[in-house]
Design a protein around this ligand. Structure first.
Ligand code: UD1
Length: 419
């Protein structure tokens, strides 16, 4: 890509990757046909569809229409395909539904982005509280229960997104009351709660940090629309500010991006919230802002590389602190190749104003790092080549096409891994 163009126009925000993958897992909780809409055309949805198919579901994906129909079997398989599970971490979300429905689940220790140690201890401790017996056998987590899971009170040491989701999906079919305290509060968890409630689950405290679940005997399949992707919206919003552009993010929910939009405003951008999305514009070079990532409603870790790229072209010095993952700064090494002035120290990075970024070949190490590098390439002088863009395909539908429609000089090398 060649830097220097302003992003202007409109972009449609699709359903959230981090929601739809869990909604798909939740379909295993009820035999019959679940229909999900606003499903993004991303690689991880295809992988998750294969995970479900291998468990006996039949899955039909109308990619153009953004609809996924999952026909879940009366008795799903217990063992998820290890090859598929290693490709996406979200596949661990089938653990809760399978142990609740089948009394047994075997899930290979999952893969996903290389952004930290990403332990599963909170998932395991919580499922044990609900009465499951959990072992590691041949590199797989095996959860078993002899009868129905039993409701219990669970305090999470940290508001883990994945653990909250797994325990919710186990708790809805457990006997009695399950309380999840210090639960994660991400909008994608509220979306999962809404799906489960539509299916017949009884959940109180949706959107809060204490979830109270009254177990029911069975759930029914329903149709559900996926919540819009706040990380995709945030990525385009940050790119707009970096390029001093003007973009309407159609379908995006400003209320899910409170602190992000506040930071962009502090950087000098204007944000206008409308009935169907919001518009971001900027006339001048942004001013630097400090950012601290935290579980929702804090600044999302999934926008960390993008905001570091923003700071690299902002006036002033900023201090960025990452509190959720332990190795997200791998991205900084690539940004240095483009001429960014930054220094990492533990979980902090200091970003100094650089006179300009200059295009170079760089490598995406994960989905968000890839997006951050593309944003940096949009403002770097000359040509930037981002390699290994298959990572970006995991979470951004039509990224290159959308950016081109907004005016960016970007193309994807045919059949390759570069943009
Ligand atoms: C989800 C998102 C990911 C996002 C993250 C935090 C999906 C598919 N992925 O990941 O994009 O960056 O939330 O918003 O939805 N941890 C433990 N023990 C556990 C579980 C987690 O120590 O049992 C730690 C992890 O190592 C990590 C932190 O808690 O450092 C956050 O993890 P978690 O909130 O569980 O994130 P994920 O569900 O993996």
């Amino acid at each position: 890509m060649k830097g220097g163009s302003r992003l202007t126009g409109e972009v449609e925000i699709p359903g959230a990757k981090n929601s739809v993958l869990k909604l798909m897992a939740a379909s295993l909780l009820a035999p019959g046909r679940t229909t999900l809409s606003a499903v993004p055309d991303i690689l991880d949805v295809g992988v998750m569809a294969n995970v479900l198919t291998a468990l006996g579901a039949s899955v039909r994906w109308d990619v153009a229409g953004g609809t996924l129909t999952i026909d879940a079997p009366e008795v799903p398989g217990a063992a998820a395909d290890p090859g598929l599970v290693r490709r996406i971490r979200a596949s661990v979300a089938i653990l809760g539904p399978l142990v609740a429905r089948r009394g047994e689940a075997r899930v290979a220790l999952p893969g996903g982005d290389a952004i930290g140690s990403r332990a599963l201890d909170l998932h395991i401790a919580g499922l044990r509280r609900l009465g499951a017996v959990i072992d590691v056998e041949d590199g797989a987590l095996v959860a078993r229960t002899s009868g129905r899971l039993q409701g219990a009170s669970i305090w999470l040491d940290f508001p883990s997104v994945g653990a909250t989701e797994n325990l919710l999906m186990a708790g809805v079919l457990a006997k009695g009351t399950t309380v999840i305290d210090n639960a994660a509060r991400e909008p994608e968890i509220a979306d999962l709660c809404h799906l489960l409630i539509e299916m017949g689950a009884r959940i109180d405290g949706v959107g809060g940090s204490t979830l109270v679940i009254e177990g029911v005997d069975e759930l029914r399949p329903v149709s559900h629309r996926t919540v819009p992707d706040r990380i995709v919206a945030g990525t385009y919003a940050i790119g707009t500010v970096m390029t001093q552009g003007d973009v309407l993010l159609r379908g995006a929910r400003a209320e899910h991006l409170g602190i992000v939009l506040e930071k962009l405003t502090a950087a000098g951008a204007t944000v206008d919230v409308g009935a169907d999305g919001f518009r971001v514009s900027a006339d001048d070079r942004p001013r630097s802002v400090d950012v601290v990532t935290l579980p929702y409603p804090g600044f999302p870790t999934d926008l960390l590389p993008q905001v570091i790229a923003l700071e690299a072209v902002s006036q002033g010095i900023s201090l960025i602190t990452e509190n959720v993952f332990d190795s997200r700064f791998v991205f900084c090494r690539e940004l240095l190749r483009l001429g960014a002035q930054l220094r990492t120290d533990g979980h902090h990075v200091v970003v100094r104003e650089s006179p300009r970024l200059v295009g170079a070949p760089v490598v995406a190490s994960d989905v968000r790092a890839g997006a951050g590098l593309v944003l940096a390439g949009l403002v770097a002088e000359g040509t930037t080549e981002v390699h290994d863009v298959h990572h970006i395909d995991r979470g951004y539908a039509g990224f290159v096409e959308n950016l081109r429609a907004l005016g960016a000089d970007i193309r994807r090398e045919r059949g390759s891994a570069a943009a």
